[in-house]
Design a protein around this ligand. Sequence first.
Ligand SMILES: Cc1cc2nc3c(=O)[nH]c(=O)nc-3n(C[C@H](O)[C@H](O)[C@H](O)COP(=O)(O)O)c2cc1C
Length: 360
Amino acid sequence: MPKSNDRKAQDVIKRKEEGIQVVLGQRVQARESTTLLECVHLLHNALPELNMDEIDIATTFLGHKLRAPIVVDSMTGGAPMAEKVNGTLALVAEEMGFAMGVGSQRAGLLSRAMAKTYAVARKNAPSIFLFANIGGAQLAKGFSLDDAKKLIEMIRADALAIHLNPLQEVIQPEGEPIFKGVLDKIHDFSKNLGVPIIVKEVGAGIGTEAAVKLELAGVKAINVSGSGGTSWAAVEKFRAEKRAMEGKASLGELFWDWGIPTAAALIGVKRTVSLPVIASGGLRNGLEVAKCLSLGADACGMASPMLKHAAQGSAVLTTFAKKVLDELRTTMFITGSKNLEALRSVKKVVTPPLTYWQNT
Ligand SMILES: Cc1cc2nc3c(=O)[nH]c(=O)nc-3n(C[C@H](O)[C@H](O)[C@H](O)COP(=O)(O)O)c2cc1C
Protein backbone atom coordinates (compact mmCIF):
# COMPACT_ATOMS: atom_id res chain seq x y z
CA MET A 1 0.00 0.00 0.00
CA PRO A 2 1.45 3.45 -0.87
CA LYS A 3 2.53 5.48 2.14
CA SER A 4 -0.02 8.25 1.50
CA ASN A 5 -2.84 5.69 1.52
CA ASP A 6 -1.49 4.30 4.78
CA ARG A 7 -1.61 7.74 6.37
CA LYS A 8 -5.07 8.41 4.96
CA ALA A 9 -6.27 5.06 6.33
CA GLN A 10 -4.91 5.91 9.79
CA ASP A 11 -6.73 9.29 9.70
CA VAL A 12 -10.03 7.69 8.73
CA ILE A 13 -9.61 4.95 11.37
CA LYS A 14 -9.00 7.55 14.07
CA ARG A 15 -11.99 9.57 12.95
CA LYS A 16 -14.31 6.54 12.91
CA GLU A 17 -13.15 5.43 16.36
CA GLU A 18 -13.61 8.89 17.80
CA GLY A 19 -17.09 9.16 16.23
CA ILE A 20 -18.18 5.96 18.00
CA GLN A 21 -16.66 7.11 21.30
CA VAL A 22 -18.37 10.50 21.14
CA VAL A 23 -21.76 8.92 20.35
CA LEU A 24 -21.31 6.45 23.22
CA GLY A 25 -19.84 8.88 25.72
CA GLN A 26 -21.43 12.31 25.15
CA ARG A 27 -24.95 13.65 24.85
CA VAL A 28 -25.25 14.23 21.12
CA GLN A 29 -28.97 13.87 20.61
CA ALA A 30 -31.11 16.76 19.37
CA ARG A 31 -31.73 19.20 22.23
CA GLU A 32 -34.47 21.55 21.10
CA SER A 33 -35.78 19.93 17.96
CA THR A 34 -37.65 16.63 17.86
CA THR A 35 -38.68 14.12 15.20
CA LEU A 36 -42.20 15.66 15.47
CA LEU A 37 -43.60 12.14 15.73
CA GLU A 38 -45.24 13.34 18.95
CA CYS A 39 -47.61 15.26 16.61
CA VAL A 40 -48.85 12.00 15.07
CA HIS A 41 -51.67 10.30 17.00
CA LEU A 42 -52.81 6.92 15.71
CA LEU A 43 -56.48 6.31 16.43
CA HIS A 44 -57.10 3.78 19.18
CA ASN A 45 -59.34 0.86 18.20
CA ALA A 46 -61.29 -0.68 21.10
CA LEU A 47 -62.53 -3.44 18.81
CA PRO A 48 -59.47 -4.77 16.96
CA GLU A 49 -61.19 -8.08 15.97
CA LEU A 50 -57.85 -9.90 15.84
CA ASN A 51 -55.50 -11.75 18.14
CA MET A 52 -52.08 -10.41 19.00
CA ASP A 53 -50.40 -13.60 17.74
CA GLU A 54 -51.90 -13.15 14.26
CA ILE A 55 -50.05 -9.90 13.65
CA ASP A 56 -47.69 -10.07 10.70
CA ILE A 57 -44.82 -7.58 10.56
CA ALA A 58 -42.96 -9.06 7.59
CA THR A 59 -42.37 -6.92 4.55
CA THR A 60 -40.42 -6.70 1.31
CA PHE A 61 -37.86 -4.01 0.65
CA LEU A 62 -36.29 -3.61 -2.82
CA GLY A 63 -37.28 -7.19 -3.56
CA HIS A 64 -35.81 -8.63 -0.34
CA LYS A 65 -37.91 -10.18 2.37
CA LEU A 66 -37.50 -8.66 5.86
CA ARG A 67 -38.99 -10.53 8.81
CA ALA A 68 -39.50 -7.14 10.45
CA PRO A 69 -39.47 -3.66 8.87
CA ILE A 70 -36.31 -2.60 10.70
CA VAL A 71 -33.00 -1.40 9.34
CA VAL A 72 -29.82 -1.31 11.41
CA ASP A 73 -28.78 2.01 9.93
CA SER A 74 -25.35 2.67 8.41
CA MET A 75 -22.75 3.28 11.09
CA THR A 76 -19.42 1.71 11.28
CA GLY A 77 -16.38 -0.12 10.04
CA GLY A 78 -12.82 1.03 9.43
CA ALA A 79 -11.57 0.80 13.00
CA PRO A 80 -10.59 -2.20 15.12
CA MET A 81 -13.46 -1.66 17.58
CA ALA A 82 -15.83 -1.28 14.64
CA GLU A 83 -15.23 -4.90 13.61
CA LYS A 84 -16.66 -6.09 16.90
CA VAL A 85 -19.62 -3.73 16.67
CA ASN A 86 -20.38 -4.68 13.04
CA GLY A 87 -20.10 -8.36 13.96
CA THR A 88 -22.63 -7.96 16.76
CA LEU A 89 -25.03 -5.81 14.72
CA ALA A 90 -24.92 -8.34 11.90
CA LEU A 91 -25.48 -11.36 14.16
CA VAL A 92 -28.61 -9.78 15.57
CA ALA A 93 -29.81 -8.52 12.17
CA GLU A 94 -29.55 -12.09 10.87
CA GLU A 95 -31.33 -13.50 13.92
CA MET A 96 -34.18 -10.99 13.69
CA GLY A 97 -34.46 -10.75 9.88
CA PHE A 98 -33.60 -7.02 9.80
CA ALA A 99 -31.81 -5.17 7.00
CA MET A 100 -28.46 -3.54 7.76
CA GLY A 101 -26.04 -0.99 6.40
CA VAL A 102 -22.35 -0.71 7.20
CA GLY A 103 -20.68 2.68 7.72
CA SER A 104 -18.68 4.60 5.13
CA GLN A 105 -16.29 2.12 3.53
CA ARG A 106 -13.57 4.57 2.58
CA ALA A 107 -11.14 3.06 5.08
CA GLY A 108 -11.84 -0.39 3.66
CA LEU A 109 -10.64 0.77 0.24
CA LEU A 110 -7.49 2.30 1.69
CA SER A 111 -6.43 -0.73 3.72
CA ARG A 112 -7.05 -4.48 3.33
CA ALA A 113 -6.90 -4.97 7.10
CA MET A 114 -9.74 -2.50 7.44
CA ALA A 115 -11.81 -4.17 4.71
CA LYS A 116 -12.41 -7.07 7.08
CA THR A 117 -14.01 -4.76 9.67
CA TYR A 118 -16.84 -4.40 7.12
CA ALA A 119 -16.73 -7.92 5.65
CA VAL A 120 -17.58 -9.35 9.08
CA ALA A 121 -21.11 -8.05 8.54
CA ARG A 122 -21.74 -10.38 5.60
CA LYS A 123 -19.88 -13.21 7.35
CA ASN A 124 -22.21 -12.99 10.35
CA ALA A 125 -25.34 -12.21 8.33
CA PRO A 126 -25.25 -14.33 5.18
CA SER A 127 -28.91 -13.92 4.29
CA ILE A 128 -29.90 -10.34 5.17
CA PHE A 129 -30.43 -7.34 2.90
CA LEU A 130 -27.06 -5.66 3.47
CA PHE A 131 -26.00 -2.36 1.95
CA ALA A 132 -22.65 -0.73 1.35
CA ASN A 133 -21.93 2.93 2.14
CA ILE A 134 -19.97 5.90 0.80
CA GLY A 135 -20.25 9.67 1.20
CA GLY A 136 -21.47 12.12 -1.43
CA ALA A 137 -18.35 14.27 -0.93
CA GLN A 138 -16.21 11.28 -1.97
CA LEU A 139 -18.22 11.00 -5.17
CA ALA A 140 -17.67 14.68 -5.91
CA LYS A 141 -13.94 14.21 -5.35
CA GLY A 142 -13.56 11.54 -8.02
CA PHE A 143 -14.64 8.26 -6.42
CA SER A 144 -15.11 6.00 -9.47
CA LEU A 145 -17.56 3.34 -10.54
CA ASP A 146 -14.77 0.76 -10.10
CA ASP A 147 -14.26 1.95 -6.52
CA ALA A 148 -17.99 1.57 -5.92
CA LYS A 149 -17.86 -1.99 -7.28
CA LYS A 150 -15.10 -2.78 -4.79
CA LEU A 151 -17.34 -1.62 -1.92
CA ILE A 152 -20.08 -3.94 -3.12
CA GLU A 153 -17.68 -6.89 -3.39
CA MET A 154 -16.17 -6.16 0.05
CA ILE A 155 -19.39 -7.14 1.80
CA ARG A 156 -21.29 -8.82 -1.04
CA ALA A 157 -23.79 -6.00 -0.73
CA ASP A 158 -27.30 -5.98 -2.12
CA ALA A 159 -27.33 -2.19 -2.56
CA LEU A 160 -25.17 0.91 -2.11
CA ALA A 161 -26.18 3.70 0.25
CA ILE A 162 -24.75 7.12 -0.58
CA HIS A 163 -24.86 9.51 2.35
CA LEU A 164 -25.40 13.22 1.84
CA ASN A 165 -24.03 15.07 4.86
CA PRO A 166 -23.28 18.68 3.86
CA LEU A 167 -23.69 20.01 7.40
CA GLN A 168 -21.37 17.40 8.90
CA GLU A 169 -18.72 18.04 6.25
CA VAL A 170 -18.64 21.74 7.17
CA ILE A 171 -18.23 21.16 10.91
CA GLN A 172 -16.03 18.07 10.86
CA PRO A 173 -12.40 19.02 11.60
CA GLU A 174 -11.21 17.09 8.50
CA GLY A 175 -14.45 17.79 6.57
CA GLU A 176 -14.65 18.23 2.82
CA PRO A 177 -17.68 20.38 1.97
CA ILE A 178 -17.47 19.52 -1.72
CA PHE A 179 -20.80 18.64 -3.25
CA LYS A 180 -20.65 20.01 -6.81
CA GLY A 181 -21.26 17.18 -9.26
CA VAL A 182 -22.68 14.71 -6.71
CA LEU A 183 -26.02 14.36 -8.50
CA ASP A 184 -24.41 13.53 -11.87
CA LYS A 185 -22.28 10.90 -10.17
CA ILE A 186 -25.33 9.39 -8.46
CA HIS A 187 -27.01 9.28 -11.88
CA ASP A 188 -24.00 7.50 -13.37
CA PHE A 189 -23.81 4.95 -10.52
CA SER A 190 -27.56 4.34 -10.72
CA LYS A 191 -27.25 3.39 -14.38
CA ASN A 192 -24.05 1.38 -14.22
CA LEU A 193 -23.38 -0.12 -10.80
CA GLY A 194 -25.67 -3.13 -11.12
CA VAL A 195 -27.15 -2.86 -7.61
CA PRO A 196 -29.79 -0.37 -6.41
CA ILE A 197 -28.70 2.98 -4.97
CA ILE A 198 -30.21 4.20 -1.71
CA VAL A 199 -29.56 7.84 -0.85
CA LYS A 200 -29.59 8.88 2.80
CA GLU A 201 -28.89 11.81 5.05
CA VAL A 202 -27.22 11.39 8.42
CA GLY A 203 -29.68 13.26 10.64
CA ALA A 204 -30.58 16.52 8.89
CA GLY A 205 -33.26 15.11 6.58
CA ILE A 206 -33.94 14.88 2.85
CA GLY A 207 -36.37 17.46 1.52
CA THR A 208 -38.86 17.19 -1.33
CA GLU A 209 -36.76 19.03 -3.96
CA ALA A 210 -33.75 16.82 -3.32
CA ALA A 211 -36.01 13.74 -3.39
CA VAL A 212 -37.40 14.63 -6.84
CA LYS A 213 -33.87 15.12 -8.23
CA LEU A 214 -32.76 11.81 -6.73
CA GLU A 215 -35.73 9.96 -8.20
CA LEU A 216 -34.97 11.42 -11.64
CA ALA A 217 -31.32 10.38 -11.19
CA GLY A 218 -32.43 6.76 -10.91
CA VAL A 219 -32.09 6.23 -7.16
CA LYS A 220 -34.14 3.23 -5.98
CA ALA A 221 -34.88 4.25 -2.37
CA ILE A 222 -34.49 7.20 -0.02
CA ASN A 223 -33.62 7.09 3.67
CA VAL A 224 -34.80 10.47 4.98
CA SER A 225 -32.69 10.34 8.17
CA GLY A 226 -34.20 13.48 9.60
CA SER A 227 -33.50 15.56 12.68
CA GLY A 228 -34.62 14.77 16.19
CA GLY A 229 -32.06 12.06 16.94
CA THR A 230 -28.28 11.89 16.67
CA SER A 231 -26.90 15.31 15.75
CA TRP A 232 -23.72 15.13 13.68
CA ALA A 233 -23.25 18.86 14.23
CA ALA A 234 -23.00 17.96 17.93
CA VAL A 235 -20.63 15.00 17.37
CA GLU A 236 -18.29 17.12 15.25
CA LYS A 237 -18.53 19.98 17.74
CA PHE A 238 -17.02 17.74 20.42
CA ARG A 239 -14.32 16.57 18.01
CA ALA A 240 -13.54 20.18 17.02
CA GLU A 241 -13.32 21.26 20.68
CA LYS A 242 -10.74 18.55 21.32
CA ARG A 243 -8.58 20.11 18.60
CA ALA A 244 -9.17 23.68 19.82
CA MET A 245 -10.90 24.50 16.51
CA GLU A 246 -13.11 27.17 17.97
CA GLY A 247 -14.74 28.27 14.71
CA LYS A 248 -15.93 24.74 13.94
CA ALA A 249 -17.00 24.09 17.53
CA SER A 250 -19.08 27.26 17.47
CA LEU A 251 -20.73 26.20 14.19
CA GLY A 252 -21.52 22.81 15.73
CA GLU A 253 -23.18 24.51 18.69
CA LEU A 254 -25.24 26.82 16.45
CA PHE A 255 -26.43 24.08 14.08
CA TRP A 256 -26.89 21.38 16.75
CA ASP A 257 -30.66 21.14 16.11
CA TRP A 258 -30.62 21.93 12.39
CA GLY A 259 -32.58 19.86 9.93
CA ILE A 260 -35.93 18.64 8.68
CA PRO A 261 -37.63 16.70 11.48
CA THR A 262 -37.96 13.02 10.61
CA ALA A 263 -41.78 13.00 10.49
CA ALA A 264 -41.84 16.09 8.23
CA ALA A 265 -39.17 14.69 5.90
CA LEU A 266 -40.99 11.35 5.67
CA ILE A 267 -44.38 12.92 4.86
CA GLY A 268 -42.79 15.28 2.31
CA VAL A 269 -40.77 12.63 0.50
CA LYS A 270 -43.65 10.11 0.44
CA ARG A 271 -45.95 12.81 -0.98
CA THR A 272 -43.49 13.83 -3.69
CA VAL A 273 -41.86 10.70 -5.08
CA SER A 274 -42.95 7.12 -5.57
CA LEU A 275 -39.79 5.46 -4.26
CA PRO A 276 -39.59 3.17 -1.22
CA VAL A 277 -38.67 5.25 1.81
CA ILE A 278 -36.78 4.36 4.99
CA ALA A 279 -37.64 6.56 7.97
CA SER A 280 -34.75 7.17 10.32
CA GLY A 281 -33.37 9.82 12.61
CA GLY A 282 -34.39 9.74 16.26
CA LEU A 283 -36.53 6.58 16.22
CA ARG A 284 -36.16 5.11 19.70
CA ASN A 285 -39.06 2.69 20.22
CA GLY A 286 -41.62 0.56 18.43
CA LEU A 287 -44.42 3.12 18.81
CA GLU A 288 -42.36 5.63 16.83
CA VAL A 289 -41.61 2.92 14.28
CA ALA A 290 -45.35 2.20 14.00
CA LYS A 291 -46.12 5.88 13.46
CA CYS A 292 -43.57 6.09 10.64
CA LEU A 293 -44.93 2.93 9.00
CA SER A 294 -48.42 4.35 9.26
CA LEU A 295 -47.20 7.56 7.58
CA GLY A 296 -46.02 5.42 4.66
CA ALA A 297 -42.45 4.41 5.50
CA ASP A 298 -41.48 1.10 3.90
CA ALA A 299 -38.96 0.36 6.67
CA CYS A 300 -37.54 2.15 9.70
CA GLY A 301 -33.89 2.69 10.57
CA MET A 302 -32.20 3.06 13.92
CA ALA A 303 -28.54 3.92 14.38
CA SER A 304 -27.36 5.11 17.80
CA PRO A 305 -29.75 2.89 19.85
CA MET A 306 -28.40 -0.13 17.96
CA LEU A 307 -24.82 0.98 18.64
CA LYS A 308 -25.42 1.61 22.34
CA HIS A 309 -26.94 -1.83 22.84
CA ALA A 310 -24.44 -3.61 20.56
CA ALA A 311 -21.61 -2.16 22.66
CA GLN A 312 -22.98 -4.25 25.54
CA GLY A 313 -23.03 -7.46 23.52
CA SER A 314 -25.37 -9.39 21.27
CA ALA A 315 -27.70 -10.61 24.05
CA VAL A 316 -28.40 -7.01 25.13
CA LEU A 317 -28.98 -5.96 21.51
CA THR A 318 -31.35 -8.90 20.92
CA THR A 319 -33.35 -7.96 24.03
CA PHE A 320 -33.61 -4.36 22.77
CA ALA A 321 -34.63 -5.49 19.27
CA LYS A 322 -37.36 -7.78 20.69
CA LYS A 323 -38.64 -4.92 22.87
CA VAL A 324 -38.96 -2.67 19.81
CA LEU A 325 -40.90 -5.38 17.96
CA ASP A 326 -43.19 -5.94 20.98
CA GLU A 327 -43.92 -2.21 21.02
CA LEU A 328 -44.63 -2.27 17.27
CA ARG A 329 -46.94 -5.30 17.58
CA THR A 330 -48.73 -3.71 20.54
CA THR A 331 -49.40 -0.56 18.50
CA MET A 332 -50.67 -2.70 15.64
CA PHE A 333 -52.97 -4.65 17.96
CA ILE A 334 -54.56 -1.56 19.52
CA THR A 335 -55.06 0.07 16.14
CA GLY A 336 -56.60 -3.12 14.72
CA SER A 337 -53.77 -3.59 12.19
CA LYS A 338 -53.24 -7.20 11.21
CA ASN A 339 -50.29 -6.37 8.95
CA LEU A 340 -48.24 -3.41 7.77
CA GLU A 341 -50.66 -2.63 4.96
CA ALA A 342 -53.48 -2.28 7.49
CA LEU A 343 -51.26 -0.12 9.73
CA ARG A 344 -50.83 2.27 6.79
CA SER A 345 -54.56 2.90 6.61
CA VAL A 346 -55.09 3.55 10.32
CA LYS A 347 -56.80 6.90 10.91
CA LYS A 348 -54.57 9.48 12.49
CA VAL A 349 -54.65 12.97 13.86
CA VAL A 350 -51.69 15.15 12.92
CA THR A 351 -51.22 18.27 15.01
CA PRO A 352 -49.00 21.39 14.82
CA PRO A 353 -46.14 22.05 14.56
CA LEU A 354 -45.87 19.05 12.19
CA THR A 355 -48.74 20.45 10.08
CA TYR A 356 -46.71 23.66 9.52
CA TRP A 357 -44.25 21.63 7.46
CA GLN A 358 -46.87 20.34 5.04
CA ASN A 359 -46.05 22.78 2.23
CA THR A 360 -42.31 22.24 2.29
C1 LIG B 1 -21.67 6.07 15.39
C2 LIG B 1 -22.40 6.43 14.14
C3 LIG B 1 -21.71 6.40 12.94
C4 LIG B 1 -22.37 6.73 11.73
N1 LIG B 1 -21.69 6.61 10.55
C5 LIG B 1 -22.38 6.75 9.37
C6 LIG B 1 -21.76 6.44 8.13
O1 LIG B 1 -20.58 6.08 8.07
N2 LIG B 1 -22.51 6.55 7.00
C7 LIG B 1 -23.83 6.96 7.04
O2 LIG B 1 -24.49 6.99 6.00
N3 LIG B 1 -24.42 7.28 8.20
C8 LIG B 1 -23.75 7.19 9.35
N4 LIG B 1 -24.37 7.46 10.55
C9 LIG B 1 -25.72 8.07 10.54
C10 LIG B 1 -26.85 7.08 10.78
O3 LIG B 1 -26.93 6.12 9.75
C11 LIG B 1 -28.21 7.80 10.93
O4 LIG B 1 -28.55 8.39 9.70
C12 LIG B 1 -28.23 8.86 12.01
O5 LIG B 1 -27.38 8.53 13.09
C13 LIG B 1 -29.62 9.13 12.58
O6 LIG B 1 -30.14 8.00 13.23
P1 LIG B 1 -30.23 7.85 14.85
O7 LIG B 1 -30.87 9.12 15.36
O8 LIG B 1 -31.06 6.63 15.06
O9 LIG B 1 -28.83 7.71 15.35
C14 LIG B 1 -23.74 7.16 11.76
C15 LIG B 1 -24.41 7.19 13.00
C16 LIG B 1 -23.77 6.84 14.17
C17 LIG B 1 -24.54 6.90 15.45
